[in-house]
Design a protein around this ligand. Sequence first.
Ligand SMILES: [Zn+2]
Length: 178
Amino acid sequence: MPQPLRKPPEKLATIIRLINLVSPETNLLEFDEAFPVTTNSDAILKELHPEHWLSTKMEKVGFAQPFRDYVLERGFEKAIARYESFRVSRHSLRRLIKRGGYPILSTRAIEVDREGLIELGPDELSAALIGVEAKRICECAVCRRIFWAGRVTQKTCSAKCRNTLSVRKWRKGKTKIQ
Ligand SMILES: [Zn+2]
């Protein structure tokens, strides 16, 4: 009997979709390291047109449009927090998959209110993970993207990767026989 197909919780599905906007091979540096101000004219551009500056920097590093749009969705002021929250979520999920448990890094942003007092933003990753079956958060055996395993036996993220994997297994089996 086939195993029942379980849908991912909505919040987690959104986070996984987001994480897959960046290739699994990309090493994400901290914001200031990833997008340094290199020259005087660079500093001026950042001052005058911060969003354009950041978008150009991100493009140069090789980030695709959907990810750049996500980071800049709420303007430059929120961009650093969004980028860092993305980086932490991705890191934490990968560790969770590899080690089955990990002291999770918070994706809460520290904000300072009008009176100069510290506030904490929401921790979207923790909120999306509580009560979720850990074994269903997986890394694809072929492309290494993170995916939700609707069936717990699922090893790949898509039909395309499933085919690739079965071809690989078939070839491996064939070489053994020869
Ligand atoms: Zn895949």
